[in-house]
Design a protein around this ligand. Structure first.
Ligand SMILES: [Mg+2]
Length: 232
């Protein structure tokens, strides 16, 4: 199905809440991939006197046993496991934190239609704050929520229901953008009806190939067309 075809099916008049993932959706995933796959192994190997291969295997081993768990995203957990200051290392490459193309015009447009905009991320609160300090996009959102505040990752059963305790929303009137298929699947299980993935979350890597959810190439293509009912 082409993106253009699918766009016409967004029921904008019925959408009250638009939720955005952060890394790979609002922001270029390159920062995170560079950090975890390149900078951290090299820096850790040097600091601990290990070969790069050993450092990579160690980091991959920790990542593998925590796939789909909140620990995977938890800086406290990683710093404890590695006995290493990841916070300081993250700050050394803040120039790589970039807002994805067309995100800010899209957010501005949605404000005109009085949509509630919520940022919901698996990122640790430290990373969330670091990225909001760098990009200055936090004021677009009614709330910026880290899954660490709920004690569950977004792909975990029950997350989207529990989220209502922090931010009440109607799943039938909610649109979610997230570059993680696992997250979109769980949101679908919990009743969120409008789900969109991201075509190329990392500007330095190939686009995603999947047909389970529609993928956005450019948010500009999603501007609501024509008049939309104002809620207030
Ligand atoms: Mg993401």
């Amino acid at each position: 199905m082409s993106v253009t075809k699918k766009l016409k099916t967004i029921p904008w008049d019925d959408i009250k809440t638009v939720m955005f993932d952060m890394d790979g959706t609002l922001l270029d995933l390159h920062y995170d991939n560079y950090f975890w796959l390149d900078l951290l192994p090299k820096s850790y190997a040097k600091a601990k006197g290990l070969s790069l291969k050993t450092a990579k295997l160690l980091i991959e081993g920790i990542a593998q046993k925590n796939i789909g768990l909140l620990n995977w995203y938890c800086l406290d957990y990683w710093e404890n496991e590695l006995d290493y200051d990841l916070r300081a290392l993250k700050k050394t490459i803040v120039e790589k934190i970039k807002v994805r193309q067309s995100v800010e015009p899209f957010l501005n447009q949605l404000h005109l239609y009085y949509k509630d905009l919520i940022l919901v991320t698996n990122a640790h609160p430290y990373s969330l704050n670091l990225k909001m300090d760098k990009t200055r996009i936090a004021n677009h959102f009614k709330k910026c929520i880290s899954s660490h505040d709920l004690g569950l990752a977004k792909e975990n059963k029950g997350f989207w229901g529990k989220l209502m305790n922090i931010e009440p929303y109607d799943p039938q009137q909610t649109l979610l953008f997230d570059d993680s298929v696992a997250v979109l699947r769980q949101a679908k299980c919990e009743g969120i009806s409008n789900l969109w993935g991201i075509h190329q979350p990392d500007s330095h890597q190939a686009a995603i190939q999947q047909a389970e959810f529609p993928l956005i190439k450019d948010f500009l293509n999603l501007f609501p067309a024509g008049p939309i009912k104002h809620r207030k």
